[in-house]
Ligand binder design. Structure first.
Ligand code: CDP
Ligand code: MG
Length: 138
């Protein structure tokens, strides 16, 4: 069974979408096996998004991600990485398919409500960034 990391970003928490996002995942066969709220510092947000360091949106993105609490979760299921990406939709809510979380709830390309790992390597890094082994159900 594949694992992936998802985040309800600070805009999603502010919009009271935590339950809605988790329900979408659960209704689509994904299982929550790790879950907590975090308040990332700017440094911690920069570490999480280190792959984007140097890009035009890095400064604004990491300020946004450290602007308030976020809910981080580990999801498990067949093809979990791709399925979460499909349920989220494209990065830009305006380009995301109808019915996806980002299309439905995203404000703009930065404030797009939800994060999902984009591959097995990043999923491994991202799960380890937030969770100790003991915090993941087995
Ligand atoms: O989150 P996703 O994998 O779809 O996109 P990304 O290219 O890995 O970018 C990470 C995050 O940076 C996005 O989810 C947006 O919040 C933000 N971003 C942005 O603010 N402006 C862009 N042009 C691209 C991404
Ligand atoms: Mg990404």
């Amino acid at each position: 069974m594949e694992k992936t990391l998802s985040i309800v970003k600070p805009d999603g928490v502010e919009k009271r979408l935590v339950g809605e996002v988790i329900k979408r995942f659960e209704d689509n066969g994904l299982k929550v096996i790790g879950l907590k709220m975090v308040a990332m510092s700017k440094r911690e947000a920069e570490g999480f998004y280190a792959v984007h360091r140097g890009k035009s949106f890095f400064e604004s993105l990491t300020t946004f991600m450290s602007s308030g609490p976020a809910v981080v979760m580990v999801l498990e299921g067949d093809n979990a990485i791709e399925r979460v990406r499909d349920l989220m939709g494209a990065t830009d809510p305006q380009e995301a398919a109808k019915g996806t979380l980002r299309r439905q709830f995203g404000s703009n390309i930065e404030r797009n409500v939800v994060h999902g790992s984009d591959g097995p390597d990043t999923a491994g890094f991202e799960i380890g960034y937030f969770f100790h082994a003991l915090e993941i159900a087995r």
